[in-house]
Design a protein around this ligand. Structure first.
Ligand SMILES: [Cu+2]
Length: 117
């Protein structure tokens, strides 16, 4: 009887240890980057960009700062990459870091969301 309880304790401790290890390793895969959104104009732009970034596989959180014209993106770097994030933004018609906006998508933006000449 005693040895049975001991075995359960060992299994329990191993499970907790494993859970801790898995939790720790998944944490180390999360990378946070700041993406520059120089052509973002208004709240509608930031919503569009935020949505596009959140749809990228592996993205865990997105914080768009309209004033600073940046997005803080936390993602799993084993699933996605900064260039995939940039691509998701440029596809919606906005510039991301040094990548230019997709011209067709940009042309379709409401005029208030286009960069004033
Ligand atoms: Cu806008």
């Amino acid at each position: 009887m005693k040895s049975r309880i001991f075995a359960l304790l060992v299994i329990g401790a191993t499970a907790i240890g494993l859970a801790g290890w898995v939790g720790c390793s998944s944490e180390s895969e999360a990378t946070t980057v700041e993406v520059k959104l120089s052509s973002m104009q208004c709240a509608m732009c930031s919503n569009t960009i935020e949505k596009a970034l959140k749809e990228v596989d592996g993205v865990q959180s997105v914080e768009v700062d309209l004033e600073a014209k940046t997005a803080k993106v936390t993602f799993d770097d084993e699933v996605t990459s900064v260039s995939a994030l940039e691509q998701a933004v440029t596809k919606t018609g906005y510039a991301a870091n040094d990548k230019k906006a997709d011209a067709d998508a940009y042309a379709k933006l409401p005029s208030c969301c286009q960069v004033p000449e």
